[in-house]
Every structure is written in C-alpha cells, then in structure tokens.
Ligand binder design. Structure first.
Ligand SMILES: C[S@@+](CC[C@H](N)C(=O)[O-])C[C@H]1O[C@@H](n2cnc3c(N)ncnc32)[C@H](O)[C@@H]1O
Length: 126
C-alpha cells in the first residue's frame, strides 16, 4: 500500500502544494478527494475551493469531522474550531455556491456511525 502513497509536506492550502496535487491528479480518469486537516471553517472552505475541481463525476469529495458542528462547545477547549466554525459550516457555504455536488445521504445512511455527517459530497458533473 505504501507504494501507492506519495507524501507532500506543507499546508494543504499553500499554492505550491495545491499546484503539485493538481499536477499529480491531472488527466486521471477517476479522482476522489478527502479532506481531514485543519478543521476551521476558513481552512476547509479554502481546501474545498482548491481541490473540488479535481473530483470526477460520480466520485466523492469527502469532508471529515463535520460532526464537530453537532458536538458540545466544551469538547474542543484547545482547538480553533468548534460548533459554528468547522468542516460542516464550510460544506454548507461551499454547497451554496456550486451545483456540481450534493450531500449523499443514502451512502451516509449505510454507516452505523460517522464522523462525517453531511460530509459525503457526490460529484454530479465534471
Ligand atoms: C485529524 S488529523 C487527520 C489525520 C489523517 N487523516 C489520518 O487519518 O491519519 C489532521 C492532520 O492534519 C494535519 N494538518 C493540520 N493543519 C494542516 C494544514 N494546514 N495542511 C495540511 N495538514 C494539516 C495535522 O498535522 C494532522 O496530521
């Protein structure tokens, strides 16, 4: 499996990192993107804007830890994110501005437990 993994070191929203990822993924027939880094609204929204163009029709943009929005504020005393400022709030803002993705609740319904409620975004068109 490790042969299939290529690590890029840097912030996921730094322009040089975004460019490298876009270059690596360009021309691929099927691309799935999963986001699971810094969980603030601003950071995830920037990731969504940077990497969503890579996702191919029928594939997924998976945004982890959207569950933060559903947790008590006291769960994240030492984090810059929490209810109201997290991956789910970023997903909501992102979806208001695009018609390429929708939340796939059918897929989510197959999971007994998920840290990504409303985080499985199905790509509807290239
Ligand atoms: C919730 S963990 C996810 C780990 C990984 N998805 C896994 O399952 O092993 C978040 C990771 O994102 C990294 N991270 C934090 N800020 C980041 C950023 N701006 N760009 C890229 N990665 C970041 C952290 O160092 C940490 O390793």
């Amino acid at each position: 499996m490790s042969k299939r993994v290529r690590m890029l070191e840097g912030s996921s929203i730094a322009s040089d990192i975004v460019k490298q990822v876009l270059d690596i993924a360009s021309g691929r027939k099927r691309v799935l993107v999963s986001l699971d880094s810094n969980h603030t609204h601003e950071h995830v929204l920037a990731e969504l804007k940077a990497y969503s163009p890579l996702v191919t029709k029928g594939s997924y943009l998976v945004v982890f830890d959207t569950v933060v929005d559903d947790m008590p504020k006291t769960f994240f005393p030492d984090r810059p994110w929490g209810p109201g400022n997290n991956p789910k709030t970023a997903v909501r803002e992102f979806l208001r501005a695009t018609d390429r993705f929708e939340v796939d609740r059918e897929l989510e319904g197959k999971l007994l437990l998920t840290v990504a409620p409303d985080g499985y975004l199905k790509c509807l068109k290239d």
